[in-house]
Ligand binder design. Structure first.
Ligand code: G3P
Ligand code: MG
Length: 241
């Protein structure tokens, strides 16, 4: 698959409130061609773009996201915590984000967060939403997850869409997992990558994605080792390289 060198993390998380429409617009205005974002489920099983299990850090709401219905979430302010200029930015639905990205003409790396109590439900719902919306003539979203079970569901529901396993450190059974899940990419915490690890992954034909890389010098080192894409809060800084 064709990966850009830079993927905007939660949009452009250092410049705009993460995982909001404003963040994706900001990333696109910086010239970013693909953004990563996190998908979670509300109490009424709606897919929303959100990172934490709880609402406090990035909204003016309280409690667990999974216990809040969509009607409550869309009334929250997901921008004011970041900067007063962004006050009133809502928690976006997956539909709204995918619609915006199509309008902006940029690609998606959809990170599927497992859900309690049924850990694969986010994958089922997010993929149904995305498959219903994403134009067939555009490169499909890259689906990624820390959860192998979510990636297994992704393979069943969207077999032609690329899948990436997210890990902190490369696990010893990564190659078996890649084969079993039909992976295209491995997404490693950048601190745990080395030239040897990158070469080992690439030898099998998989792409290497590194997260979260916020210094240009480090990104250049990783690209030099053969890392295809770095996920960054500061895509504008990395574009100077
Ligand atoms: O997709 C890479 C990275 O976003 C995974 O960690 O916690 O930022 O979603 P997190
Ligand atoms: Mg993420």
């Amino acid at each position: 698959m064709d990966l850009p060198r830079i993927i905007g993390h939660r949009g452009a998380a250092a410049t705009a409130p993460e995982n909001t429409l404003a963040s994706f617009r900001t990333a696109a205005a910086m010239g970013v061609t693909m953004v990563e974002f996190d998908v979670m489920l509300t109490r009424d099983d709606r897919a929303v773009v959100f990172h934490d299990e709880t609402l406090e850090r990035t909204t003016d709401g309280h409690g667990r996201l999974r216990e809040a219905p969509l009607a409550t979430l869309i009334g929250l302010d997901a921008g004011g915590w970041f900067e007063p200029n962004f006050a009133g930015e809502p928690v976006p639905t997956l539909e709204a984000v995918l619609g915006l990205l199509q309008g902006l003409g940029i690609g998606a790396n959809i990170e599927i967060k497992p859900t309690h109590p049924s850990d694969t439900r986010t994958a089922e719902i997010a993929i149904a939403v995305a498959a219903g919306l994403w134009p067939v003539d555009r490169p499909p979203p890259l689906l990624s997850s820390f959860s192998r079970r979510c990636l297994q569901v992704a393979e069943e529901l969207a077999p032609t869409w690329p899948r990436g396993l997210i890990v902190d450190r490369l696990p010893s059974d990564w190659h078996e997992a890649a084969q079993a899940l039909g992976l295209s990419t491995i997404h490693c915490l950048h601190r745990h990558l080395s030239p040897v690890v990158v070469a080992e992954i690439k030898r099998t034909g998989l792409g290497v994605v590194a997260w979260t890389v916020n210094e240009l010098e480090r990104a250049e080192t990783l690209w030099g080792w053969g890392v295809e894409a770095v996920i960054s809060d500061v895509p504008d800084v990395l574009q100077e390289g």
